[in-house]
Every structure is written in structure tokens, then in C-alpha cells.
Design a protein around this ligand. Structure first.
Ligand code: ZN
Ligand code: FE
Length: 254
């Protein structure tokens, strides 16, 4: 059984500390800062075997070098980022099966936010680490790729099973929820989700993880090809890429 520990870092980043007790393997995903990870590991008396980065942004790799120095961990980075994340032991490519914390993990290439971004899917654990591609009720900004690339990346994630629990790179949920409330106010399922999010936010609890199946029905960025949603935003008959672009640009300025 895999333990997933959520570590808050920087302003609103999440670092995920994975612990496989049976195999005695500890891994970290996207250590944007080393200190909270070191504190956590010291507290538990664990060493760090692996570091995995979803993409090259500093708030996801900033803790790499210090952690590598201390623990001599193995580093796994996206194959596209060879020149931007140096000295990785494994450069992971699309569809590749890798082992993270002793668990079989499928690498899903999701360009858009950055050109090399990868997500990590563990079928047996029913979980997805989505970095800055998919957020709860939202998605990452499109910095390096095209809108079409980002939409296609989101479609790949949407094709995963409904019961998948998603662990994303940032706590942007409240801001995303406010945008949903604005763009899709009559979505009944969203209203249920929203009250739970509000409750957690008031207690400063993470909104993570979230269920992919629910997000498929509530996240506007996963619904750019769904008739019911298109009707409600008066974009019926519009190409999904153009719909996605329109709502992404709206959210950027929201
Ligand atoms: Zn990023
Ligand atoms: Fe980020």
C-alpha cells in the first residue's frame, strides 16, 4: 500500500512524498523547495530514494540539487527537458512505464503548460500526479505550447478512469471554483463540489486530491467539446480548441 503525503511549499505549491513501506522506498514528486521535504523526512526517519519532476519550472524543481546532495537520490525528469533539467538518471518519455516508489507508473506526455510536461499515472493505485497540466476545476496556463496541444493533453487525462484520484501541483482550487461559478453557474454537480471546497478552504485544508470523474463533469477546461456546456456559454458548434482557447483566455484575466 502506497502512502501519499501532501507537503505544502512556497506560496501555493504541493509536493508529494510517496512512501512504499513494504519495499522501503521513498520518492518525492516536484520538490519546489528542499526544506519542507528535509523536515518531513527527518521527522519520519526516512531517506529519499527518488525525485521526479513533472516539468522544468523552478517551483517544481527548486529543491532538487539540495536533496540530491544530501540523499544521493535518483532523479527522473521529462525526456524533452534534457537541457533544462540536467543530470537526471532517467529521462522519461511518453507511454513509458517507470517505477516510482516501487509502483508501476505510466508516463503521459502532456505538452502545453511547458513543451516537456509529463503526468504520472499509477493504475493500480488509481492515482494521477498532474503537475501544472490539470488542476482541480482548472488547468495550467499555456506558456510554451499551443492551445491545441494543451487541449489534446487534457483529453489524454480525461480518458483515464473516473475513479482516478488527482494530485496536482498547486492549490488554485478556490480561484478556479470562482471562475466555474461565473462561467457555468447552473451546473448542479459543481454546486455540491463548491460547498465542500469552501468548507476545506475555511479550515485551510488542502482540496487535494480530487476525483477525476467529478472534474470531467465540472471542470470547464475538460468540457470544451460537451454540448450541454457549449449551450450554456453560447458556443454551440464551435471547434473545441477555439472553445478551450476562449475560456483559457477568459480565466487568464478573471
Ligand atoms: Zn509550472
Ligand atoms: Fe507550478
Amino acid at each position: 500500500m502506497l502512502e501519499i503525503h501532501i507537503i505544502k511549499a512556497l506560496t501555493d505549491n504541493y509536493i508529494y512524498l510517496l512512501r512504499n513501506k513494504e519495499k522501503n522506498i521513498t520518492s518525492v514528486i516536484d520538490p519546489g523547495d528542499s526544506k519542507p521535504v528535509i523536515n518531513f523526512l527527518n521527522d519520519k526517519g526516512w531517506k529519499l530514494d527518488q525525485i521526479i519532476n513533472t516539468h522544468h519550472h523552478h517551483d517544481h524543481i527548486g529543491g532538487n540539487s539540495e536533496l540530491l546532495n544530501i540523499y544521493k537520490s535518483k532523479l527522473i525528469a521529462p525526456s524533452y527537458d534534457k537541457e533544462r533539467i540536467l543530470n537526471a538518471d532517467i529521462y522519461a518519455s511518453d507511454n513509458e512505464e517507470i517505477s516510482i516508489a516501487g509502483i508501476n507508473t505510466k508516463v503521459i506526455f502532456t505538452p502545453g503548460h511547458t513543451l516537456g510536461h509529463i503526468c504520472l499515472y499509477m493504475e493500480e493505485e488509481k492515482c494521477l500526479f498532474s503537475g501544472d497540466t490539470l488542476f482541480y476545476l482548472g488547468c495550467g496556463r499555456v506558456f510554451e505550447g499551443t492551445m491545441k496541444q494543451m487541449w489534446q493533453s487534457l483529453l489524454k487525462l480525461r480518458s483515464l478512469p473516473d475513479e482516478t484520484m488527482v494530485y496536482c501541483g498547486h492549490e488554485y482550487t478556490m480561484s478556479n471554483a470562482n471562475f466555474c461559478n461565473y462561467i457555468d453557474p447552473n451546473n448542479k454537480l459543481f454546486k455540491k463540489v463548491y460547498s465542500k471546497i469552501k468548507e476545506n478552504t475555511e479550515k485551510s485544508l488542502p482540496s487535494i486530491p480530487f476525483k477525476l470523474g467529478t472534474d470531467k463533469q465540472t471542470n470547464p477546461f475538460l468540457r470544451a467539446d460537451q454540448l450541454e456546456f457549449l449551450k450554456s456559454i453560447n458556443m454551440e458548434g464551435t471547434d473545441p480548441v477555439n472553445v478551450f482557447e476562449a475560456i483559457r483566455l477568459q480565466k487568464n484575466n478573471f
